[in-house]
Unconditional design. Structure first.
Length: 97
């Protein structure tokens, strides 16, 4: 996994070979990104040798700043998940009515 700071956004890149998009669940809250991938069993036969991860994966990444959940996007191509998380501009003001 790589986490890059590009000034106004973070880019998180994770290698997830063999996963399907429907197996990947992403959640963003404040300064955390949670990635969960459900395990998928290969059909047929007993494994003679197994080097690829078959268990579920769950990672929580603590980011150095809060992100704007509404401006987060993710792509998954060729076994690589890429998540773009825009940083929040700063504290939000709340108007009292």
């Amino acid at each position: 996994m790589d986490v890059l700071d590009r000034g106004d956004e973070f880019i998180v890149t994770v290698d997830l070979p063999g996963a399907r998009t429907q197996d990947i669940d992403l959640r963003v809250e404040r300064d955390r990104l949670q990635i969960e991938v459900t395990a998928r069993e290969e059909p047929g036969g007993e494994a003679i040798r197994r080097e690829r991860r078959q268990t579920p994966l769950r990672r929580t990444i603590q980011l150095p700043a809060w992100v704007d959940e509404r401006h987060t996007s993710a792509t998954y191509r060729d076994g690589v998940l890429r998540v773009r998380l825009r940083k929040r501009d700063g504290p939000r003001s709340i108007e009292v009515e």
